[in-house]
Design a protein around this ligand. Structure first.
Ligand code: PBG
Length: 310
């Protein structure tokens, strides 16, 4: 058989249009600090972020999602919703230089709280409802800095509705919500927590993130987020949850994003460095499989490398 026939019958095509690149922004100037467990990823000060965006834009990647490392962390995560916070400043700087570039912001408190939890803490409890107000405030401050879409990753119940209401009331009704809807309590987030120094100081995130053994529950979470106003829903992590991506796409038919998280990236990078797998090939196979499962959008630290190959 002529090998070109394979081209004609290929079912899944990965495109640069499917990719979003996560970036870590930190205070300071001239800083590009390597994240040891995520080879090729860095904490970047805003000047370097702008250089990075130029490259990402040049590669044709549609946008980035920003994570912040604040100047200081406190009990209430106050830099998360300060107009002068690291994300708010970064978004303004990007928008000034690249007004047409797509900037998505992660909405969550864990990067900003001293205890590392995604919500307000009382004793050893994470309080759902008092957290909603802070998340809405954070989303609003991102939108007013110029963010094009907000992505709540905290997993508090009711946060999509709270954020939607706050955005609508303040004149940001056209800003969509990308909801981390099926977010599992996963050990694959380990390297990310090193990157943003957000490992919980006590307990774990199992009271608000999902049990990885549960698929039907994931569908219920997604359904609730859609009812509350999510425009795009996300499954996270990606590779161990391809079944969930597929079920969500089939059941709801709405745009589905998948987060190919830090641990998935780190494993491939580490094995490739040891010469145990062909890193590029494993990367492409992984990304195509996420797409084949039904994801429309893939958030991945591989975005630049994949874009160069596509
Ligand atoms: C929470 C958040 C996390 C990630 C994205 N948003 C970590 C967590 O829930 O502990 C993980 C992403 C990754 O591992 O790449 N703000």
């Amino acid at each position: 058989m002529h090998k070109r026939i394979r081209r004609l019958v290929r079912e899944t095509r990965l495109s640069v249009d499917d990719l979003l690149y996560p970036l870590f922004v930190r205070p300071g100037k001239g800083l590009k600090i390597p994240i040891s467990s995520m080879v090729g990823q860095f904490q970047l000060s805003i000047d370097y972020i702008l250089e990075e965006i130029k490259e990402v834009e040049g590669l044709g990647i549609p946008g980035v999602i920003l994570f912040g490392i604040p100047e200081r962390k406190d009990e209430m995560g106050s830099e998360a919703y300060s107009d002068d916070g690291i994300i708010q400043r970064a978004v303004r700087a990007i928008k000034e230089e690249f007004p047409d570039f797509l900037v998505i912001t992660d909405v969550c408190l864990c990067e900003y709280t001293s205890h590392g939890h995604c919500g307000v803490v009382e004793g050893d409890q994470i309080l759902n409802d008092p957290t909603l107000q802070l998340l809405a405030k954070q989303a609003l401050s991102h939108a007013s800095a110029g963010a094009d879409m907000v992505a709540p990753s905290d997993m508090m119940d009711g946060r999509v509705a709270a954020i939607r209401k706050a955005l609508d009331e303040q004149g940001y009704s056209e800003i969509p919500i990308l909801a981390y809807s099926a977010k599992f309590a996963s050990s694959f987030y380990g390297p990310f927590r090193e990157a943003v120094e957000s490992a919980p100081q006590f307990g774990d995130r199992k009271s608000y993130q999902m049990d990885f053994a549960n698929g039907n529950e994931a569908l219920r979470e997604v359904r609730m987020d859609i009812q509350e106003g999510a425009d795009i829903v996300m499954v996270k992590p990606a590779l161990p949850y391809l079944d969930i991506i597929s079920r969500v796409k089939e059941e709801f038919g709405i745009p589905v994003a998948a987060y190919n998280v830090s641990g998935e990236y780190a494993m491939i990078k580490a094995a490739a460095q040891l010469g145990w797998v062909d890193g590029e090939k494993v990367m492409m196979e992984s990304l195509v499989s996420i797409k084949r499962a039904g994801a429309d959008i893939i958030l991945t630290y591989f975005a630049k490398e994949a874009a160069k190959r596509l």
